[in-house]
Design a protein around this ligand. Sequence first.
Ligand SMILES: [Fe+2]
Length: 196
Amino acid sequence: MAERGSLHDAFVDELRDAYDAEKQLLKALPKLAKASTDEELRAAFESHLEETRGQVEKLEQVFGLLDEKVRGKHCDGIAGIIEEGKSVMEEDFDDQTMDACLIASGQRAEHYEMAAYGTLVAWAKALGHEEAAGLLEEILDEEKAADEKLSELAEGGINQAAGQGASGEDEDDESEAPASRTSRKSARKKTAKSRR
Ligand SMILES: [Fe+2]
């Protein structure tokens, strides 16, 4: 009977999955950046692309620390998320709505990665690989920061600007509080400004 795998095997398997996911994201992030209308959003995707290149290198270091060959294993999870992002980009949405959708796609990827690296950090610690755990934690922190940046952009004007465009359909809806109208207007101005 074949020997049963251990947590070490599961850990290496998960590392290969993460490595492949980063490689897929290296191709997907430039597309998200290109599809962005908001300049800050585009810059956020571009800077995370740079970070992702560094993450690939960090993962290579982790393989080295474990004396394992650098190898990826197709990550179906991120492939599915990227596929969904692609279908959204094919939709005929107005610019602000598209930006809001690109953020949603990006955050799906970030949350998937946060789950993966959270597990990897915990398993590295459980297996006594402190140095590897440190590198994986650095990546985890970068994913969290990228996710927060996207939330900040969404909530700092992009969602409101997109919502403003959508409200054209129910213009006679007077239930909205005046304060919220003002904040939407300023959100729109902010977005317009960031485009210049
Ligand atoms: Fe990543």
